[in-house]
Design a protein around this ligand. Structure first.
Ligand SMILES: C[S@@+](CC[C@H](N)C(=O)[O-])C[C@H]1O[C@@H](n2cnc3c(N)ncnc32)[C@H](O)[C@@H]1O
Length: 265
């Protein structure tokens, strides 16, 4: 059984062993991206081959510099590990240049843009097609489609859609771009079996269900009792009939259980 991590299209076919067997340190913070860019710039270690896989390089660099190096098994990982000393030296130079002692201070020394961010909403294709949703919204709002996530609509900053009938009926979910990228990156197909390990409130669960066109099976696991109800409400609102909600600690689910033998997590 594999846990497939997909953070960008470059990572589409990368898998890591079942979570029980690994110390997953692969949380990549967007706030660290400028730091990683500067480290690469200073270290100057990327050939054009690796520059074409820039996003992957950022994630591996993050794991080398700040993580536990637990997932560093592939060619790209080996390549960067060989450059570890140069990369650490580049990070040290960056600390000096920015006049800070700690990496945490470095993060705050990079200014994050104060520009207002657009609002996103995802069309729930279990209930409505994207064209119809666009037509409806265009009566009232400036709206366009996101180029990366199919069915994700972009509205001007501060647009409030909470009371919109399409949102209340579950035809559209108010879901940010980062959250909406996860199911798309996974690319589930109808008839797949998928476990959502930490599912509530269920936005990604029902997005996966929509991409599977309501076919196949999704086990949505949630530890917290109150949030299980929230998850059930989301699943019901979305009309996702192929989702089975489980009130359970996913760490207690056995990867050896034949019930999960065909399951992606
Ligand atoms: C950040 S939320 C997940 C958001 C959700 N994936 C979505 O897109 O809507 C994390 C959830 O994981 C649940 N959780 C944490 N540890 C868990 C575990 N061991 N087993 C099952 N659920 C867990 C938490 O109760 C919380 O509801």
């Amino acid at each position: 059984m594999v846990l497939k991590i997909m953070i960008s299209p470059y990572l589409q076919n990368r898998s890591i062993p079942w979570l029980h067997n690994c110390k997953c340190s692969g949380f990549f913070l967007v706030a660290d991206l400028p730091i990683n860019k500067d480290v690469f710039h200073t270290a100057n270690v990327l050939s054009s081959k690796w520059k074409r896989q820039e996003e992957l390089m950022y994630i591996i660099l993050y794991d080398i510099l700040f993580g536990q190096e637990a997932l560093l098994a592939g060619d790209a990982e080996k390549f960067l590990l060989q450059k570890k000393d140069v990369l650490q030296a580049a990070l040290a130079k960056l600390l000096v240049r920015k006049k800070v002692k700690l990496v945490s201070d470095l993060t705050t020394s990079y200014k994050i843009s104060d520009l207002p961010k657009p609002r996103y909403a995802r069309v729930n294709t279990l209930k409505m097609d994207v064209e119809s949703a666009l037509l409806e919204f265009k009566k009232q709002y400036e709206v366009c489609q996101d180029a990366m996530v199919p069915g994700l609509l972009i509205f001007p900053p501060r647009t409030d859609l909470h009371d919109h009938p399409l949102v209340k009926s579950g035809s559209v979910f108010l879901q940010g771009k980062a959250s909406s990228m996860v199911a798309v990156a996974l690319g589930p197909k109808p008839r797949w079996e998928v476990i959502d390990a930490c599912a509530a409130p269920g936005n990604k669960t029902v997005h996966v269900a929509a991409l599977m066109k309501g076919n196949g099976k999704i086990i949505a696991c949630e530890l917290n009792k109150e949030r299980v109800q929230r998850l059930k409400d989301t699943v019901k609102l979305a009309g996702a009939t192929n989702v089975k909600v489980k009130h359970e600690d996913f760490l207690n689910m056995s990867p050896e259980d034949p019930a999960y033998s065909k399951t992606l997590m």
